[in-house]
Structure formats: C-alpha cells, structure tokens
Design a protein around this ligand. Structure first.
Ligand code: PBG
Length: 341
C-alpha cells in the first residue's frame, strides 16, 4: 500500500489540489515570494597587488584577473566604489627577494600591503579595506606560519601575526582577516590591536578554512605556488571531511573576539555555511575561492555554461545558505549585472 493520496483516485479526473507552480506563473509573483536576493552590498572584491608603476600581470589560471601596481589598483578600486561595492580584500605578490624563511616583510610598515592601504585610504576613503593576516605571501617555504624542524609552529607564528596585524591597522586597514588557521590567533590579535590603540579595527576570521585544492590559482596569483611546492597545509587548515569541527572553530574565534566569521571555500562547503549561520547568528561570510572562479570561467569560455547566469546563481546560493556576504573575484562583473537587472 502506498501512502500517496493521489494513488486512490482514478487518473482520468485526477488533479492536484496543491499546486506550487501557481506561485511561479509570472515574474511579478516570483519576485513577490522570492526569499533571498543578492545585492551589491553583499560583495567583497579580493584584489592582487604587485610592485611597480602602471604595471599589470594577468594570472593565467584566473582569466580576467590581473595583479595591479598600486596606481592602477586605485583606478580599479574607484570603479568598484562607484558601483557600490562596500569593501575590497588585499593580497600582495611579494617580490621573491623580499621573501625569507620567517617572513619578516609581513610586518614591515613599508611593505606593499601597507603602502597600498595608505594610497587607497587617501584616494578612495569611502571603501572598506580588509587585509589578510598570514605569512604565506612572505615566506620562502610558502607556509602560513614559521617552520621549525619541518613543523609549522603555532605560538611563535601567532606573535608574528600580531605584528603583521598592527602594521596593517596602523596603515589604515579597517578589518583584519586572519587566514592562517593558527590556534588562539584571534584572541592574541584582538589583544595586540587593543593595546596598540586599534580597538576600532574589526576582525573577520577565516574561522572554518579548509585544506582545499581549490586554492591553486590563488597561489599562482600571489606567487606562493612555487615556494610551497609539493607541501600542503593540512596540519593547520581543516580536513574537508569535517563540519562539526567547523562549529568548534567558529565558537572559539567568536569567544576570542572575532566580529565576523568566514567559511572557505564556498560552493563545496555550503553545508558548513548553513550550519555556522544557524548555530551562531553572527555575520557570516563565504569565500568563493580562486578555483571556483577558474572552473566557472573555463566552462563559460567553452560555451558549456552561461557565464552571467551561473555567476548570479552561485552568488544567490551563498545567500540562501545563510551568508551575509561573499568574497568573490566576480564582484565587479556581478555588480554591473545587478545594476542592469
Ligand atoms: C593565504 C590565503 C589563501 C587564500 C586566501 N588567503 C591561500 C592558502 O591558504 O593557501 C585562498 C584564496 C583563493 O583561493 O581564492 N593564507
């Protein structure tokens, strides 16, 4: 015996009583009942910076994305601001000669990131600046922390991360975003910022950051792929098989003072976004990472997917999962698409 009430009727006069399609009949009613929406206010644009004047370097594995010198970046950031994008996230390509085993360039107040922050604050003061805190752009081994006897050490790394956060805050960074996944770093950075007079600077922690193969193109962009070689980051970034552990990481970061949290990567981890938002109700962000960008671009370039439609559908999926905002390399393109609609 079936439980389906439809099975008891004769099919000649059969019709359903409840018809969800009634609410899909035309655009006005679909708009009326839509539960989630992407707006330009949800977009954070990650950008890559390089040394030089009037120079740009395309990133082969991220078609359409370029590393820009500060002067060109300022023009790009002005466009983003004019489109209504609320914030950018800065990622430097450190010249090889400045990379060291312990990544001292990370806390040089004159490093590329700090000079960029000051230049953007002077030229485009009304856009938010988010800065990554981690040592991988600065180390010769490409790890996010200090390496001692082949191990990425935690507590000694955290001290350097605090110094990195302070030079960024002093340069004018609005939001410090630790992406290193060392234990206890959010609490330590919060204390260090407060002690240095930066209690107004917020922390967006990469709380649930997975050891993902989707970061490959990013490592080309910042030039850390060769440094890292065949090594991985599995002793500090999370195991992709875990999601309850993500809740524990988020709980710790909130307890340590994180104002906002992030899940990363995005699309393969929407379940984690949903669990985090349900459990904590704090501002939750998701990073649509370089590999996700590369996949969509490749499929669109082959004519296999409709580029504009999949961009907007992916962004919507992040919102539906519970994200308050998305870091996406599509930010400028998406902002333009949203404007047209
Ligand atoms: C650095 C960092 C990474 C990303 C953001 N910050 C790479 C990594 O952890 O190896 C990845 C972003 C992307 O793939 O778009 N700690």
């Amino acid at each position: 015996m079936s439980n389906n009430p439809n099975d008891s009727v004769s099919y000649s006069d059969w019709q359903p009583t409840i018809r969800p399609r009634r609410l899909r009949n035309s655009p006005w009613i679909r708009n009326l009942i839509s539960e989630h929406r992407v707006t330009v206010n949800d977009l954070i644009w990650p950008v890559f910076i390089q040394e030089g004047n009037n120079t740009r370097t395309p990133i082969a594995s991220m078609p359409g994305v370029e590393r820009l010198s500060i002067d060109l970046l300022i023009l790009a950031v002005k466009e983003a601001r004019d489109l209504g994008i609320p914030a950018i996230a800065l990622f430097p390509a450190t010249p090889t000669k400045l990379k060291t085993p312990d990544g001292e360039e990370s806390f040089n107040p004159e490093n590329l990131v700090c000079r960029t922050i000051r230049a953007i604050k002077a030229a485009v003061p009304d856009i938010g600046i988010i800065c990554d805190v981690a040592l991988d752009p600065y180390t010769t081994h490409g790890q996010d922390g200090l390496v001692r006897n082949g191990i990425v050490v935690n507590d000694e790394t955290v001290k350097v991360l605090c110094k990195q956060a302070i030079v960024q805050a002093r340069a004018g960074c609005d939001v410090i975003a630790p992406s290193d996944m060392m234990d206890g770093r959010v609490g330590a950075i919060r204390k260090a910022l407060d002690a240095a007079g930066f209690s107004h600077v917020a922390i967006l922690s990469y709380a649930a950051k997975y050891a993902s193969a989707f970061y490959g193109p990013f490592r080309d962009a910042v030039g850390s792929a060769n440094n890292l070689g065949k090594s991985d980051k599995k002793t500090y970034q999370m195991d992709p098989s875990n999601s309850s552990e993500a809740l524990r990481e988020v709980a710790l970061d909130i307890a340590e003072g994180a104002d906002m949290v992030m899940v990363k990567p995005g699309m393969p981890y929407l379940d984690v976004v949903a669990r985090v938002k349900d459990a904590f109700k704090v501002p939750t962000f998701v990073y649509q990472v370089s590999g996700e960008y590369a996949m969509l671009c490749a499929a669109a370039a082959n004519g296999w997917l409709d580029r504009e439609k999949v961009i907007l559908e992916c962004l919507l999926s992040f919102k539906r999962a519970g994200a308050d905002g998305v870091l996406t390399y599509f930010a400028v393109e998406a902002a333009k698409l949203l404007k047209v609609r």
